[in-house]
Design a protein around this ligand. Structure first.
Ligand SMILES: Nc1ncnc2c1ncn2[C@@H]1O[C@H](COP(=O)(O)OP(=O)(O)OP(=O)(O)O)[C@@H](O)[C@H]1O
Ligand SMILES: [Mg+2]
Length: 660
């Protein structure tokens, strides 16, 4: 426990019952979790395989695994579960699939799949808005662990009654497809555990200690799942910060932090007050801002770090001007202060704000990584590989079969496939199974039969391999043996574009790093999880992401762009009285910065061809003005900085020409 402060040490050592660490940003909550995992293992209190840590995103889970690996070596760490709620639910359902009335290798439907079903079931002609609202209502019901019947009872409006009715039919459709959606990954395990005390006892035997990060953002169903897993004894450590609750719009219930105290009268609460992340100026900004929200107990964080740089507030003309300034400043700091690219983050309210920033960064040749915005999964070769994986994972998936058999093209035409579909339907078999049966093949032309036969043999071989190798190893094998890679090569005009597309397949493989073997079902499920969340390793690049996605992270220099009224706080929040949540979002943004913080706003924005005038965010006025350096207040300094940026710009352009 070397290097921890006294309350942190207490939190790590405490195993006398349920524990809540409630503390502000950068106070070492996540650090307490990693240290506690190491401590539980090192003291022999629990073996790694009986410990589970739950984080909010895949990325956070990955980071935590890395942090723990540094503290706990080799075998001792084996079996440790560091997962998101959804991965945990998935693992549960894979083990308990029979109880959940699912067959092995069930699929996970994402938002698009969900929408397709809802569209199909809803009254014809319903507008997209209405469909989305139905989708949200079904999801909200599931996040509160309501069954279709309970949702119908709870429905108040006509729209809610309609959604509840659809929910029942939607669920029946999922069942028929042997599929679940993301919300089911929490709801189904929860219902099973609540209905069967023996099952719950069995799982508590398996998971003997539970640690939960970002507890303020759990929704109703997730909270109840925690209670089931922690049991009455409450072998659980939760950490959270009510000031960072920013997912209410997705069903998160920060009041769960209070519930914990009611559900466990013996709950121990530890507060942390020292911030280790930010300079004092940045911290004062954060403290002053969040104090404007009503609080039961005001937290006052302090930092040992000096004042540091003033917080810059930039008044820009428009978002292109803003983007140019940000890019030039990053370039300058990288050169002059030797701050690595990966230590910069540009944060925004909405993903649509990334475009001008990307352009400005590209112009200066600054490497960047956009979280959540890439349409990676839509790239042709990636989509093809995914379909192959789905065929391996789930022979029932006819749609995936149809795409896989066409990539690369074999001697199997549309007529053959139609014939096969008809025969398969008659026999009550999925197409991929029918395609492997001699009886069917005999009825086709010899060429088509040979094509199908070859396909089936490749699938069988890969399916065997999937049992033995990890998902990350399977992807390159698949690319090679399916003929996908050769197809991509034949489609590319030059080597460079082939390598680029091949790199996409390599990146796909890298997403599975950390996932175990365990057959193709695990593989496809992991993939479905990734497709809905953050993914990919940004490497050493400037990070562009939404404020929501930045939770839990830290960077040496942070730019929060678009600090305008109507954007941050967002328009909708002004009407709906959600200003406090927007203020928390700003608080999250500010507290990501270790050394340097820039808050910028534009005077105007182009919308539908006309120009709108914007006002700076009201949050900027709520900051301690003495810690800010606003445009126009220190002309000498500004001129010097402008010169530096100009030089950085010229350097970058020179480098561009130097590259030929
Ligand atoms: N006792 C300590 N001594 C030195 N550094 C520490 C200590 N505790 C935490 N830190 C460092 O402070 C930073 C913030 O810690 P951490 O990310 O755990 O905070 P957090 O409370 O989880 O923040 P957030 O609320 O943003 O998630 C990290 O870089 C961490 O390594
Ligand atoms: Mg944290």
């Amino acid at each position: 426990m070397h290097g921890l402060n006294p309350p942190q040490k207490e939190a790590v050592a405490y195993v006398g019952g349920p524990l809540l660490v409630l503390a502000g940003a950068g106070s070492g909550k996540t650090r307490v979790i990693t240290e506690k995992i190491a401590h539980l293992i090192a003291t022999g209190r629990h073996e790694a395989r009986h410990i589970a840590a739950i984080t909010f995103t895949n990325k956070a889970a990955r980071e935590m695994r890395e942090r723990v690996a540094k503290r706990v070596k080799g075998e001792a760490a084996e079996g440790l579960m560091v997962t998101t709620f959804h991965s945990l639910g998935l693992r549960f359902l894979q083990i308990e699939h029979e109880r959940a009335k699912l067959r092995r290798g069930f699929s996970i439907f994402d938002g698009d799949d969900q929408m397709a079903i809802i569209k199909d079931l809803a009254t014809p002609g319903l507008k997209n808005d209405a469909l989305y609202s139905i989708q949200n209502l079904i999801s909200a019901a599931k996040n509160n662990a309501l069954s279709p019947e309970q949702a119908a009872e709870a429905a108040r409006s006509a729209r809610e009654r309609e959604a509840a009715g659809l929910y029942a039919r939607y669920q029946a459709r999922l069942q028929a497809f042997n599929a679940v959606d993301f919300d089911d990954l929490i709801r189904l395990p929860l219902t099973l555990l609540e209905a069967d005390p023996d099952l719950a006892a069995g799982w508590r035997e398996r998971i003997r200690y539970l640690l939960v990060d970002e507890c303020q953002d759990t929704n109703g169903a997730q909270y109840r799942l925690l209670r089931q897993l922690a049991g009455t004894k409450g072998n659980i450590t939760c950490v959270g910060d009510d000031d960072q609750s920013i997912y209410a719009w997705r069903g998160a219930q920060p009041e769960n932090l209070d519930l914990l105290g009611q559900d466990y009268p013996n709950l121990k609460v530890i507060k942390l007050e020292q911030n280790y992340r930010c300079t004092s100026r940045i911290l004062r900004c954060a403290n002053t801002l969040i104090a404007k929200n009503p609080h039961a107990h005001l937290k006052q964080l302090w930092s040992q770090h000096g004042d540091g740089e003033p917080v810059r507030v930039w008044a820009c003309t428009n978002n292109e001007h803003e983007a140019e300034r940000v890019a030039a400043e990053i370039h300058y700091l990288h050169q002059a202060k030797e701050i690595p690219w990966g230590e910069f983050a540009i944060l925004f309210r909405g993903n649509h704000q990334s475009r001008p920033l990307e352009k400005a960064l590209q112009l200066l040749r600054i490497p960047y990584h956009l979280t959540g915005g890439t349409k990676f999964l839509d790239r042709a070769e990636v989509k093809d590989a995914l379909c192959w994986l789905q065929v391996l994972a789930n022979p029932d998936n006819d749609a995936a079969f149809l795409r896989a058999i066409a990539s690369p093209k074999r001697e199997v035409g549309a007529t053959t496939l139609e014939k096969l579909a008809a025969m398969a339907q008659q026999a009550g078999l999925p197409m991929s199974v029918a395609a492997g049966q001699i009886g069917f093949l005999k009825q086709l032309t010899p060429r088509a039969a040979a094509g199908l036969d070859e396909f089936s043999r490749i699938v069988d071989k890969l399916r065997d391999a999937a049992e033995k190798v990890t998902p990350a190893e399977l992807v390159p094998m698949l690319a090679e043996q399916s003929g996908l890679l050769a197809m991509v090569r034949s489609q590319c005009k030059d080597e460079a574009s082939f390598l680029r597309r091949k790199a996409n397949l390599e990146e796909l493989a890298s997403w599975f790093e950390g996932a175990r073997g365990g057959g193709p079902g695990e593989l496809a499920a992991q993939l479905a999880l990734l497709s809905n969340a953050d993914r990919g390793e940004p490497g050493n690049a400037v990070r562009l992401m939404s404020l929501h996605a930045a939770k839990g992270l830290e960077f040496r220099a942070v730019f929060v762009v678009g600090c305008e009224d109507g954007n941050l706080p967002h328009e909708a929040s002004l009407e709906e009285n959600r200003l406090e949540e927007e203020r928390r979002l700003m608080y999250v943004g500010i507290t990501r910065a270790k050394e340097r913080l820039y808050l910028s706003h534009s005077a105007e924005i182009k919308r539908w061809g006309s120009v709108d005038h914007l006002l700076p965010s009201r949050f900027l006025d709520e900051l301690p003005q003495g810690d800010l350096l606003r445009d126009g207040t220190d002309p000498e300094r500004e001129t010097a900085e402008k010169k530096q940026r100009g030089r950085a710009h010229m350097d970058a352009i020179a480098a561009l020409f130097g590259d030929g």
